[in-house]
Design a protein around this ligand. Structure first.
Ligand SMILES: NC(=O)c1ccc[n+]([C@@H]2O[C@H](COP(=O)([O-])OP(=O)(O)OC[C@H]3O[C@@H](n4cnc5c(N)ncnc54)[C@H](OP(=O)(O)O)[C@@H]3O)[C@@H](O)[C@H]2O)c1
Length: 255
């Protein structure tokens, strides 16, 4: 089975940098027509140019329902359909115990990390996947934190945990036309997780991982490729943990 996406159309949210950019690049290099979205237009434009292969982009907030609809409409009008949707964009505006979280930051985290993936999946389903020939795939970017408790990241982790459950539920509802899976990364050196790896902190985490290093965006893109391509054709409802063994580490004491 080939790791190719020829003739497939893929939409990647949060595709302007980090994990989303790596996935979009991998897909485009494997033959897919790709659309990326994120909030900053200049970053989207630069990333689309870097990705090449006719990559298109739109700038907006994934939690904005009108933007989501306009983006899926654009992908369908430019490329004819949507075969692969990667719900990758996420936010983490609050660090602290859940018991103390204020309502605005609670709602913002749920809106971007949980409501938006559902909304984008609904739109892709209604406007394309439902009426196609099948072979479609939705991939949620969750987090290994969704399987753990944490002193500071409880709210964020809860949304990632919800995403794993939504993956199973949507897989049951959307088969056989659409497979729905998730990836759950451990610590990856991106802007998003900077406070967790800056200075010596990254080395400490890496030492605790059985595989001895932090993750690279390419580690996650490889799994997203495997799931979207023919190689993943009998996999649905699954979350693949990619964490260098962090979850099974003997020195692990939590998230
Ligand atoms: N890095 C890690 O260690 C790690 C670990 C586990 C899971 N993850 C997950 O991996 C995914 C990607 O994270 P990353 O580390 O690659 O982060 P990143 O490098 O900061 O990239 C995040 C991307 O999402 C976009 N974005 C953020 N909020 C958005 C919004 N509301 N609407 C539209 N686009 C938005 C950003 O662009 P703009 O700012 O221009 O919008 C950017 O393109 C997230 O789901 C994150 O939870 C990351």
């Amino acid at each position: 089975m080939e790791l190719r996406l020829d003739d497939k159309v893929a939409v990647v949210t949060g595709g302007s940098r980090g994990i989303g950019l790596a996935i979009a690049t991998e897909y485009a290099n494997s033959g897919a027509q790709v659309m990326i979205v994120s909030r900053k237009a200049d970053a989207c434009e630069a990333a689309a140019a870097e990705i090449g292969h006719g990559c298109i982009w739109m700038a907006g907030n994934v939690g904005d329902a009108d933007f989501a609809e306009a983006a899926i409409d654009r992908a369908v009008s430019d490329f004819g359909r949507v075969d692969v949707l990667v719900n990758n964009a996420a936010t983490n505006p609050y660090a602290g115990p859940i018991i103390d979280v204020d309502l605005p930051r609670w709602e913002k985290t749920l809106q971007v990390n949980l409501t938006a993936p559902l909304l984008w999946t609904q739109l892709a389903w209604q406007k394309s996947m439902r009426d196609g020939d099948g072979g479609c795939s939705v991939i949620h970017v969750s987090s290994v934190g969704g399987l753990a408790t944490s002193e500071m990241l409880g709210v964020y982790n809860l949304t990632k945990s919800g995403l794993m459950n939504m993956t199973r539920q949507l897989a049951a509802e959307m088969g056989p036309k659409v497979r729905v899976n998730a990836v759950a990364p451990g610590l990856i050196k991106t802007d998003f997780a900077k406070m967790l790896w800056e200075g010596d902190r990254g080395d400490e985490v890496a030492k605790a991982y059985p595989l001895g290093r932090l993750g690279e965006t390419a580690d996650i893109a490889g799994a997203a490729m495997y799931l979207a391509a023919e190689t993943g054709s009998w996999i649905t409802g699954e979350t693949i943990v990619l964490d260098g063994g962090g979850l099974v580490s003997l020195s692990r004491g939590g998230g």
